[in-house]
Write a new protein. Structure first.
Length: 149
């Protein structure tokens, strides 16, 4: 199981801190990914800031933290959106201007990547996959396979 520290999309000063969630799914996840969480009985988008691998169960983690730790609802992205340098820049800008870090991220990013639940209806990220051709042999291929080739 993974223990995630995330920034929630709400940009008020008293929520400018990390919140803990767990994840035990199969999707790839890491720092800089957007995740869907339940926060204050509503769905919210959050950015993963750090991850810790643990063998403890949710009850044990909740006892240690002193509050009930929930699981995330879903991983939104297929790959990391924010590299460590951008997260570091957001943290430094946030502390310099005394602004919530999530506000800085909302300002830095284009509409479809913003940490807001409403941004999920914006245009999606286009992922491209490339393949490398090993040999150009056309015998035994269908017409569609030859067209791809």
């Amino acid at each position: 199981m993974l223990l995630l520290e995330v920034l929630i999309e709400h940009s008020t000063h008293h929520l400018d801190r990390l919140f803990s969630y767990t994840y035990s799914g199969k999707k790839t996840i890491g720092a800089g990914f957007r995740v869907l969480v339940e926060f204050n009985h509503r769905r919210a988008v959050a950015y993963v800031v750090s991850i810790e691998d643990t063998d403890k169960d949710i009850a044990k983690i909740s006892d240690e933290k002193g509050f009930i730790v929930q699981s995330i609802l879903d991983v939104i992205d297929e790959q990391q959106l924010l590299i460590p340098e951008l997260m570091d820049l957001a943290e430094r800008v946030s502390s310099y201007y005394m602004a919530p870090q999530i506000n800085v991220l909302q300002t830095m990013l284009p509409p479809s990547l913003k940490p807001r639940y409403a941004s999920l209806s914006k245009p999606k990220i286009a992922y491209e996959k490339y393949v490398r051709l090993i040999h150009r042999e056309e015998t035994g291929l269908t017409a569609k396979q030859i067209e791809y080739l």
